[in-house]
Design a protein around this ligand. Structure first.
Ligand code: PEP
Ligand code: MG
Length: 543
């Protein structure tokens, strides 16, 4: 039995078998092989495995994100058998007498450079497909049949996971997450919470050298403890805690359908944070009174081209229909920093969190923004839509965003497309600048939503991705509350409302403070809603 201590990212307990997701190394070694025939056979086996994986991912993607988005995996299947690509790999193995991994990396470089140099943007984007299928092939060669195929529900162990890898894994195959790197406010941790999957991050590099595929693991998302091959007594104790935890969850069920109102009569709206249409359905099942943050950027990740207007329209309409008349706030594209979309080919940056991200990308590339706004406005007649802009730092940025929004709306109306006249507009307060000038921003919008994850990162100058800044990153720092109070005063004076959609919204030790500040809405992972309602119903602000 070995114990590791990390940081709990979602409070629940998982007990199950470990499945290691091996990272991909772009540095492949060139090795002379004794048998060229043997190497060609290995290559064939790896191709068969890659084909099997792609078919499985294709079917899953069709069910989760729709036919159009899933097409990419069909393209990958075709490219895997592309004659020129396969011929170059086989020739390299035969003429140089080298390992298949090296031959794949030679083909990857050659074809990737070829596609990247093409004028046609569609063909240029194929370079990332080459990267992707080469990566898959090399992984299949290195890991054999134990590659990334996950056939039974397992606890996923990895160095780190990107948000796109996390979505592609799919909820059905995961019992829990245990990662060596990552922080509680990284997007992977957020996804784990949204998917209600027990998760511990930041376990340190040694964790991966101690765990093997098939080990029995206990992941305790409450304490941040992960135990490899627990002894019978420890295992029994954890099983007891797991069933107690389930009993508490069952008790909370009694709060379903009740009001989120404190003992003194203060009412708070309890909304959910989601990243997909499926999560909207889950949020409603968990009794969310609305959707406070739909992270639309997840529609743009884990793929290799921008989602079309129609594809987005379908997703937004689906979200509005699923929330069945409840306010559904969709945040416009917040890509950049850790949420990378390689096909956008954005410039490399020294400090991506301080770089071109979110609204800045939308204003720099207005066609991307206009396409999303068209899809949102077309969908608006199917429910109660709210739209919010992320990462605003100035009045100019907000005015430019609103100008584009109004222009797109006018164009649609002029061409006879119906648009709801009941859309609420808001911005995220996630930079200190936006809170400090909130008096100027408030008259322009209906609501503010505080993104405490970024607000903390930018106020305290602590990278939210870093797992080693705990001593400096005080998430309860008074500066954060001062900024929230300032923004609350400004929006209330202008007749609007304010919510919190960052992770701090679900911190039960702060609920009373947020109510005292005058926060009108809390938006949290849907699995937190009943717990938070329980907390709110026990608070008495008159005391
Ligand atoms: C935030 O910054 O608090 C927020 C909700 O946005 P995200 O976590 O997606 O950056
Ligand atoms: Mg943010």
């Amino acid at each position: 039995m070995i114990k590791f201590k990390g940081k709990g990212a979602y409070g629940a307990i998982a007990i199950g078998r470990a499945k290691i997701l091996k990272g991909y190394s772009t540095r492949v070694k060139r090795i002379k092989v004794a048998s060229v025939e043997g190497e060609l056979l290995r290559l064939n086996d790896a191709k068969a495995l890659a084909r099997e994986q792609l078919n499985e991912i294709y079917n899953r993607a069709r069910a989760e994100v729709g036919d159009e988005s899933a097409q990419i995996f069909q393209i990958h299947l075709m490219m895997l058998d592309d004659e020129d690509f396969c011929e170059l790999i086989a020739n390299t193995i035969c003429t140089e007498g080298v390992n298949a991994e090296w031959a794949v990396s030679v083909a990857r470089e050659r074809f990737s450079a070829l596609f990247s140099s093409m004028d046609d943007p569609y063909m240029r984007a194929r370079a990332s497909d080459i990267e992707d299928i080469s990566r898959r092939l090399i992984q299949c060669l290195e890991n054999g049949a134990s590659g990334e195929k996950i056939s039974e529900k397992s606890i996923i162990c990895a160095s780190d996971l990107s948000p796109s890898e996390t979505i592609l894994l799919g909820k059905d195959t995961i019992l829990g997450f245990a990662t060596a790197l990552g922080s509680e406010s990284s997007h992977t941790a957020i996804l784990a919470r949204n998917m209600a999957i027990p998760a511990v991050v930041s376990l340190g590099d040694r964790f991966l050298s101690c765990v093997s595929d098939g080990d029995l693991l206990c992941v305790d998302g409450y304490t941040g403890e992960v135990i490899i091959n627990p002894d019978p007594k420890t295992l029994e104790a954890l099983k007891v805690r797991q069933s107690e935890d389930m009993a508490v969850r069952a008790l909370l069920e009694e709060l379903r359908g009740l009001d989120s109102v404190s003992l003194d009569g203060t009412r708070v709206k309890l909304f959910a944070n989601v990243g997909s249409v499926r999560e909207v359905e889950e949020a409603i099942k968990n009794d969310a009174e609305g959707i406070g943050l739909f992270r639309s950027e997840f529609l743009y990740l884990g793929r290799d081209s921008l989602p079309s207007e129609d594809e987005q329209f379908e997703a937004y309409r689906g979200a509005l229909l699923a929330s069945n008349g409840r306010l559904t706030i969709i945040r416009t594209l917040d890509i950049g920093a850790d949420k990378r979309a390689p096909y956008l080919d954005l410039p490399k940056e020294e400090n991506p969190a301080l770089g071109l991200r979110a609204i800045r990308i939308c204003l720099r590339y207005p066609e991307i923004f206009r396409c999303q706004l068209r899809a949102l406005l077309r969908a608006s007649v199917h429910g109660r839509l709210g739209i919010m802009f992320p990462m605003i730092t100035s009045k100019d940025e907000l005015e430019m965003s609103l100008d584009i929004y109004n222009d797109v709306k006018r164009e649609l109306l002029e061409s006879g497309v119906s648009v709801s006249n009941n859309i609420e507009l808001g911005i995220m307060i996630e930079t200190p600048a936006s809170a400090l000038i909130s008096e100027e921003l408030a008259p322009l919008v209906d609501f503010f939503s505080v993104g405490t994850n970024d607000l903390t990162q930018y106020t305290l100058a602590c990278d939210r991705q870093s797992s080693s800044l705990d001593d400096f990153c005080d998430t309860h720092h008074e500066a954060i509350f001062k900024l929230i109070e300032m923004a609350t005063r400004s929006i209330h004076e202008n007749g609007g409302w304010i919510g919190i959609c960052g992770e701090l919204g679900g911190d039960l030790s702060l609920t009373e403070r947020f109510l005292r500040i005058g926060i009108d809405e809390l938006s949290v992972p849907s699995s937190y809603i009943l717990k938070l309602r329980d907390r709110i119903r026990k608070i008495d602000l008159s005391k």
